[in-house]
Design a protein around this ligand. Structure first.
Ligand code: ADP
Ligand code: F6P
Length: 328
């Protein structure tokens, strides 16, 4: 469709991320400011299909900017991949007067937004995922909070690991993407970083590194392992057997997805939410809001989904180099 919008819907979809509430608040308040009505859709595409739709006013988003999670709730809804289900969802939008929809989520959620645009509903995507794995944007909502939460936890594990002269394997989130692992690895001075993008690592090299570092007098050895590699507990057992050095695994898990968003996540999410509300009010559809090269911009969702990104090889190399105590 495209053209004049009267009522904006907003939903969060896929894994939640700290800062989603700031984005919801901005979509709601900027749309109201643009003279439009706003409806909140609970539990992502699942809630849309179940017509869990509520009116939202300026006060309905009071006191949420500092909260983690999403006040709208989120869900995974596999049936949304089916065209007849998408057509039903578009009919539900029309029934509730929703002619424009802001979807806050990851790549999968963007595909749902693209499908709804094909069904005649104007849609805009906002990147919400702690994984930073959306190719069209340098920033995704929640990544900054997640890495800071993980960094604090890793620093704590490092204290006890050094006291006991142990090797520590700390598993961080990222099933398919290693950005959290890479950033935390650099920020926490990890000796080794294991990323799903570099799955072909050699465990014997890890063992050799640990032994060499111990000989040089290092009292701890920190390995940051991404969820996509996993198996941290069994890896710890094997490393301990091979090195003779006590080795412990810590899996940080969902603590990385919760908590009060950082200032950066609140700020970027707020600007992106307002931006989405504005381009929707202008009649744009099938767009993905991004932050690239210092600017907030928007791409066609299809173009955005066709982009690829991967771990920067230089940054990966640096992450390995900086923790080596070698003069040459
Ligand atoms: P994320 O949005 O964080 O990548 P998912 O991949 O789980 O998370 O996707 C979130 C939801 O988006 C899915 O549960 C589903 O409802 C919808 N979705 C995912 N892929 C598609 C697709 N190919 N077509 C339509 N909807 C999709
Ligand atoms: O939100 C992204 C993420 O945390 C990934 O790192 C992870 O693979 C996935 O979500 C796990 O989510 P869940 O266990 O909720 O399916």
């Amino acid at each position: 469709m495209s053209g004049e919008i009267k009522t904006v819907g907003v939903l969060t979809s896929g894994g939640d991320a700290p800062g989603m509430n700031a984005a919801i608040r901005a979509v709601v308040r900027k749309s109201l400011n643009n003279g439009l009505k706003v409806k909140g859709i609970k539990k992502g595409y699942l809630g849309l299909l179940n017509e869990e739709i509520v009116d939202m006013g300026a006060f309905s988003v009071s006191d949420i900017i500092q909260r983690g999670g999403t006040i709208l709730g989120t869900a995974r809804c596999l049936e949304f991949k089916e065209e007849e289900v998408q057509a039903k969802a578009a009919d539900i939008c029309r029934k509730h007067g929703i002619d424009g929809l802001v979807v806050i989520g990851g790549d999968g959620s963007y595909r749902g937004a693209q499908a709804l645009a094909r069904q005649g509903i104007n849609t805009i995507g906002i990147p919400g995922t702690i994984d930073l794995d959306i190719a069209c944007t340098d920033y995704t909502i929640g990544f900054d909070t997640a890495i800071n939460t993980a960094m604090e936890a890793i620093d704590k594990v490092r204290d006890t690991s050094s006291s006991h002269e142990r090797c520590s394997i700390i598993e961080v989130m990222g099933r398919n993407a290693g950005y959290i692992a890479l950033w935390c690895g650099v920020a926490c001075g990890a000796e080794d970083v294991l990323l799903p993008e570099k799955y072909d690592f050699n465990e014997q090299t890890l063992v050799n590194n640990i032994i060499a570092n111990r000989k040089k007098g290092k009292t701890h050895h920190l390995i940051i392992n991404a969820e996509g590699i996993g198996h941290s507990t069994s890896m710890a057992r094997r490393i301990e057997a091979a090195t003779g050095i006590e080795t412990r695994a810590t899996i940080l898990g969902y603590m990385q997805r919760g908590g009060s968003p950082t200032c950066k996540d609140r700020y970027y999410a707020s600007i992106m939410g307002a931006y989405a509300a504005d381009i929707l009010a202008e009649g744009k559809t099938k767009r993905a809001v991004c932050y690239r090269n210092g600017q907030f911009i928007d791409y066609d969702i299809e173009e955005a989904l066709n982009m690829t990104k991967t771990i920067n090889p230089y940054q990966y190399e640096v992450s390995r180099l900086l923790s080596r105590n070698e003069s040459v």
